[in-house]
Design a binder for this molecule. Structure first.
Ligand code: HEM
Length: 528
C-alpha cells in the first residue's frame, strides 16, 4: 500500500547530497549548542511548564530535528502539543526561519475560515505544491476562479442530483459489487483488507459522479486498474512534497526529472491523458444529445461552455481527490470503533430495522442515530486531520497569536476532537449519544433528534465559504453503506486482542497497513 512508502521517501531525501549540502552546516550550529528557547504565542510562552513541552528551536534549524523524529506521527505529535497549551495554539519553528501556526482553538478557526476568510487563502505554498496534479481546479485555487467553479459545481449537489446519486450510483455499487464480495468472504472465511475495499468502493462512486465513467475498481479480483493506480501514486507523491526537507529539494528533482518527481510526472501524464480521452468521448456524446440528462460533473462543466478542456480536466481531478479517500477513511475508522462498541452497533441495527418503507433516499436521510455515530467517529478520526491556509497579510488571531504575511496557519480537527474543554472529561469515549437528544413531546416523542455542533468546534468538513461541497453526499453514501453492510454482516477485526490500528495521515487519514477483517453473516438474514 502507498503509505508504507512514506518513510522510505523521507529517508531517501535525508540521504540525498542536497540534504547534506544544505543542512550539515546547520547541524554544526546545532552541536555547538547555540540554542534559543522556543517562542510560542503570547499566552503559552508565559507558562514555564507549557514551554518545556514545546520543541526547542535552534538558529536556522528551528525544530527540524524534532519534526523529523516525529515524522511518522506528526498529526498525533502536533495534536499533543496543541492540546497542552492554554490557548490550544502554538508556533512551529521550521528550518530556515519558517514559522507556522497550528491551532485547535474554535475562535481562531472561525476567524480563519469565516470572519477573516479574505486574508486566509490556499496561498502559494499549497498551490505550487499541488499545481502539477490539481492545476487550477477548485481545490487548488482562490478568488474569482474558485468562486465560479464552486457556483457551477454546487448544482451537482442539489436534492435532485443527490437523490439520483444515492439511488443509482451508490446502490448499484453496493448491491452488485460490495455485498457479493462480502458474502463470498463470509462463506470462504477469507480475511479482507476492509480499508482497501472501501477505497475501491469510493473510487468507483466518485468516478461515476465526476466523469460518468465506471473504472470497475471494486471487483472480486481486486484489480490494479491502471487509472486508479496512477491516481493513487500521483496523490502519494504530491503529498510527499509537503514533507520534503525544503521545497527546493523537490523543485530541483522536478527540473532534473529524477526520482520521485519523475514518477510523479509519469503518473500525472497518465491521469491527464485518460481524462482527456474521456472528455473527448463526453463531448461527442453531448453533441449527439438534444438535452442534458447526464448527472456527472464533466457534462455539467462542458455544457456550461465557460471552461476550456484543460480547466475542465483540472476541476474533475479536484473532485476525484475530494471524494476518493474521505468517505472511505471515515468508514474504515467507523467500522473499527463499532467493533469495540457492540452496544452502539445494536442501536444502529435497531434503527436500520425500523427504517421507513419510503425511497432509499428518504430512508437514509432518517438515520439519525447512524448519523450521530458517524459524526462521533469522525470526531476522533477526522478524514482530513489537519488542514492549512496562508496569511495574505499580517494579522492577529483572537487568542493573540500574531501572524506575518506569508505564514502558514493550520487548524487541527484531530486535536479539536480530543480537547476536554470542548467535549468534556469523556472525550476519549466513542459515545454517539453526545450528538443526540430525545424528543420530549409531539408526534416524534421518544425519538432521537440530532444536535449538531458548530462547524468551528467541529471543522471536520471545514467551515465558512469553503465548507465541503460534498458533505451531504458523503453522509448519504456512508449511511447507505453502513445500512447495507450491517443489515446482513458483522465486520470483525482480524487482529490479536488489544492490538490497536495505527493512525497515519497522508492528506487524508488512513490505517497503517490496512484494516484486516473477517466477515460473518448475521443469523437469519437474506440479501442486502
Ligand atoms: C467524510 C467525507 C468528507 C470529508 C470529511 C470532507 C472534508 C472536506 C474538507 C476538510 C474540505 C476542505 C479542504 C481544503 O480546502 O483544504 C473539503 C472540501 C471539499 N470537498 Fe469534501 N469531504 C468529504 C467528502 C466529500 C465528497 C464525497 C465530495 C464530492 C463528491 C467532496 C467535495 C469537496 C469539494 C469540491 C471541496 C472543495 C470546496 C471548496 O474549496 O470550495 N467532499 N472537504
Amino acid at each position: 500500500m502507498a503509505l508504507s512508502n512514506k518513510s522510505t521517501m523521507i529517508e531517501l531525501e535525508l540521504s540525498s547530497p542536497l540534504f547534506f549540502f544544505c543542512l550539515v552546516p546547520l547541524l554544526f550550529l546545532f552541536f555547538i549548542n547555540c540554542r534559543t528557547s522556543p517562542k510560542t504565542n503570547r499566552s503559552s510562552s508565559s507558562s514555564n511548564k507549557l514551554t518545556t513541552k514545546l520543541p526547542t528551536s535552534y538558529p536556522l534549524l528551528g525544530s527540524f530535528l524534532t519534526i523529523v523524529k516525529n515524522r511518522d506521527r506528526s498529526v498525533q505529535w502536533t495534536s499533543d502539543l496543541v492540546r497542552s497549551t492554554p490557548t490550544s495554539t502554538f508556533i512551529l519553528h521550521r528550518a530556515f526561519g519558517q514559522r507556522s501556526v497550528i491551532t485547535a482553538n474554535p475562535a481562531n478557526v472561525q476567524h480563519i475560515l469565516k470572519t477573516h476568510f479574505h486574508i486566509y487563502q490556499k496561498g502559494d505554498i499549497f498551490r505550487t505544491t499541488l499545481k502539477d496534479l490539481l492545476g487550477d481546479g477548485i481545490f487548488n485555487t482562490d478568488g474569482d476562479n474558485w468562486k465560479f467553479q464552486r457556483q457551477v459545481s454546487s448544482h451537482e449537489f442539489n436534492t435532485k442530483s443527490l437523490r439520483k446519486f444515492i439511488e443509482t450510483v451508490v446502490d448499484a455499487e453496493l448491491s452488485n459489487r460490495l455485498i457479493p464480495i462480502l458474502a463470498t468472504a463470509a462463506a470462504s472465511k477469507t480475511v479482507l483488507d476492509f480499508q482497501d475495499i472501501l477505497q475501491r468502493f469510493a473510487f468507483d462512486n466518485i468516478c461515476k459522479i465526476a466523469f460518468g465513467y465506471d473504472p470497475a475498481y471494486l471487483l472480486p479480483s481486486l484489480p490494479d486498474t491502471e487509472f486508479a493506480v496512477a491516481f493513487e501514486e500521483a496523490v502519494r507523491l504530491s503529498s510527499q512534497r509537503f514533507i520534503s526537507v525544503a521545497p527546493l529539494v523537490w523543485k530541483i528533482k522536478r527540473v532534473l526529472n529524477i526520482g520521485s518527481e519523475k514518477k510523479l510526472a509519469e503518473a500525472i501524464s497518465h491521469i491527464r491523458e485518460f481524462a482527456e480521452q474521456i472528455i473527448k468521448e463526453k463531448k461527442q456524446e453531448l453533441s449527439e444529445k438534444l438535452s442534458l440528462d447526464s448527472v456527472d460533473l464533466l457534462s455539467r462543466f462542458l455544457s456550461s461552455g465557460q471552461f476550456d478542456d484543460d480547466l475542465v480536466t483540472d476541476i474533475v481531478i479536484s473532485f476525484l481527490l475530494a471524494g476518493r479517500d474521505t468517505t472511505s477513511a471515515a468508514l474504515t475508522w467507523f467500522f473499527w470503533l463499532l467493533s469495540g462498541n457492540r452496544d452502539v452497533e445494536t442501536d444502529i441495527l435497531e434503527e436500520i430495522r425500523e427504517m421507513s418503507e419510503g425511497t432509499v433516499y428518504d430512508e437514509v436521510k432518517d438515520m439519525v442515530y447512524t448519523h450521530a455515530s458517524l459524526c462521533e467517529s469522525m470526531r476522533l478520526y477526522p478524514p482530513v486531520p489537519i488542514d492549512g491556509k496562508q496569511a495574505e497579510s499580517d494579522d492577529v488571531l483572537p487568542d493573540g497569536t500574531a501572524l506575518k504575511k506569508g505564514m502558514r496557519v493550520s487548524y487541527h480537527p484531530y486535536a479539536m476532537g480530543r480537547l476536554e474543554k470542548l467535549w468534556g472529561k469523556d472525550w476519549a469515549q466513542f459515545r454517539p449519544g453526545r450528538w443526540l437528544e430525545k424528543n420530549p413531546a409531539g408526534a416524534a416523542a421518544g425519538k432521537w433528534s440530532f444536535v449538531a455542533r458548530d462547524s468551528y468546534t467541529y471543522p471536520v468538513f471545514q467551515a465558512g465559504p469553503r465548507i465541503c461541497l460534498g458533505k451531504e453526499m458523503a453522509f448519504l453514501q456512508m449511511k447507505r453503506v453502513v445500512a447495507g453492510v450491517l443489515r446482513r454482516f458483522r465486520v470483525i477485526p482480524a487482529v490479536d486482542d488489544g492490538v490497536e490500528p495505527v493512525f497515519v495521515a497522508y492528506l487524508t487519514s488512513k490505517m497503517k497497513g490496512g484494516f484486516p477483517v473477517r466477515i460473518e453473516e448475521r443469523a437469519g438474514r437474506g440479501g442486502a
